[in-house]
Design a protein around this ligand. Structure first.
Ligand code: AMP
Ligand code: FES
Ligand code: ZN
Ligand code: ZN
Length: 325
C-alpha cells in the first residue's frame, strides 16, 4: 500500500482493490462499502426499507458486518443466532454467542433471536451427528441441515420478509467452482444472490456476495467489530476450503478472476446464455408431515428424521408478542 492515495481525498489509502482499480482511505472505504451493499440490495431487488429482515449471525466477521451495514442503512434488521453446542476444545459456540450478544448490546432497539439446539431439540449438533448415520462422525452435513431448518422456521414464524446470510464472494465463487467441476446443474440453477420464497421456505438473500472476503474483513476491522476469529473446528479439511485455496492461487496470478468468474456467471445466466433446469425432484416437493417444510422424502423431512423417536413437543421459536409488529 506504500505511497497509495485515496482516490476521493488523497489521504493515505488503507486498501487497494485492484479489480476495481480503486484505493481508498478508511473513511471513504467504509462509505464505499455501505453504498456498494445498498447497490447490491437494489440491483437484485432483495428487500426495501418497509420490510423486516432476519440476519443470520454466526459471530463471524461476515454476518456481523452484514448486520452492521444493514443497520447503518436504516433497514429493519433483526438477528438470529443458532447455538450449535460445538466446543472444539475452546468453546467455539460459546465464544461466538458472546460476540453476537456484545454486538447486539450496542443495538438494543433491534431484536436478537437465540435458538439453542440442545435446549430446543434435546441434543447439540455434535451429539446428533454421533448418534445418526447422516453424521458419520463429522457433524457438518447434520449441522447444515439443522441450521437451514431453524433459519427457515424463525424467518417464517417471525413473519420476516427475507432471511439474510453473510456469504461473500469467496464463498460464492468456491461453491460455484465446486458445482461447475461436478456439473451440478440443479445447484447451478439455484445459486443466486436471491432465492425467492417457496412453499414453506423463506426468501433468502446474500447482500455481501459481491465483496471479497478481505474487503469484508477490512470493513469489520475498520469499524471495530469484535468477531470470532476461529473457524468452526470441524471445518478443517472441508472441500470448500480446498476450492477457496485453488481460487486464491488463480486470483494471485490474475487479480479480479474470482469476481469475474462469479459475476459473469450471474450475468450469462440472466441473459439466458446458459440455462439449467432444476433437478427433476424439485417438482416433487411436498410439505413434511411434522414440520411443514418442503421435502422430497415421503412423510418426514431429513431434519425431522434426525429426531425420530425422541421428539420433544415443538415449542414456538419466536416470542410472538414483541417481535411481530
Ligand atoms: P457458513 O455456512 O458457516 O459459511 O455460514 C454462512 C452464513 O450462515 C453466515 O454468514 C451466517 O449468515 C449464517 N450462519 C452460519 N452459522 C450460523 C449460526 N450458528 N447462527 C446463525 N447464522 C449462522
Ligand atoms: Fe456446523 Fe461447523 S459443523 S459450523
Ligand atoms: Zn479518502
Ligand atoms: Zn420436517
Amino acid at each position: 500500500m506504500a505511497g497509495m492515495r485515496c482516490r476521493k481525498c488523497h489521504a493515505p489509502a488503507v486498501i487497494n482493490m485492484r479489480h476495481h482499480k480503486l484505493a481508498l482511505c478508511a473513511e471513504h472505504y467504509l462509505e464505499w462499502f455501505v453504498a456498494q451493499t445498498q447497490r447490491a440490495i437494489e440491483k437484485y431487488h432483495m428487500f426495501g426499507p418497509e420490510h423486516r429482515v432476519l440476519v443470520a449471525v454466526s459471530g463471524g466477521k461476515d454476518s456481523l458486518t452484514l448486520w452492521d451495514v444493514l443497520l447503518q442503512l436504516g433497514y429493519q434488521a433483526d438477528g438470529l443466532y443458532i447455538d450449535l453446542g460445538i466446543d472444539g476444545g475452546f468453546g467455539y459456540s460459546k465464544i461466538s454467542r458472546e460476540k453476537v450478544l456484545a454486538f447486539h448490546a450496542q443495538h438494543p432497539d433491534r431484536q436478537l433471536h437465540i435458538v439453542d439446539v440442545r435446549e430446543t431439540y434435546g441434543e447439540s449438533v455434535p451429539e446428533v451427528a454421533r448418534r445418526t448415520r447422516r453424521g458419520r462422525g463429522k457433524p457438518c452435513s447434520v449441522c447444515g441441515l439443522i441450521k437451514r431448518h431453524i433459519m427457515n422456521r424463525v424467518a417464517r414464524e417471525g413473519g420476516y420478509y427475507a432471511l439474510a446470510t453473510g456469504h461473500n464472494l469467496d464463498d460464492e465463487a468456491a461453491v460455484l467452482f465446486q458445482n461447475v467441476l461436478h456439473w451440478q446443474t440443479g445447484y447451478l440453477a439455484r445459486q443466486a444472490p436471491v432465492l425467492e420464497e417457496g412453499e414453506g421456505l423463506a426468501r433468502k438473500v446474500k447482500p455481501l456476495c459481491r465483496f471479497y472476503e478481505r474487503e469484508v474483513a477490512a470493513y469489520a476491522l475498520l469499524r471495530g467489530i469484535d468477531y470470532i476469529y476461529e473457524e468452526c473446528p470441524y471445518s478443517v479439511g472441508a472441500k470448500t476450503i480446498y476450492y477457496k485455496e485453488l481460487l486464491n492461487q488463480l486470483e494471485l496470478k490474475s487479480p479480479g478472476a474470482k469476481h469475474q468468474f462469479y459475476l459473469q456467471f450471474l450475468e450469462a445466466r440472466k441473459r439466458g446464455r446458459i440455462t439449467f433446469t432444476e433437478d427433476r425432484e424439485a417438482a416433487e416437493l411436498h410439505p413434511c408431515e411434522r414440520c411443514g417444510q418442503p421435502t422430497t422424502a415421503p412423510g418426514l423431512c431429513a431434519f425431522c428424521r434426525l429426531w425420530e423417536g425422541r421428539e420433544k413437543t415443538p415449542q414456538p421459536l419466536v416470542a410472538t408478542s414483541e417481535s411481530v409488529e
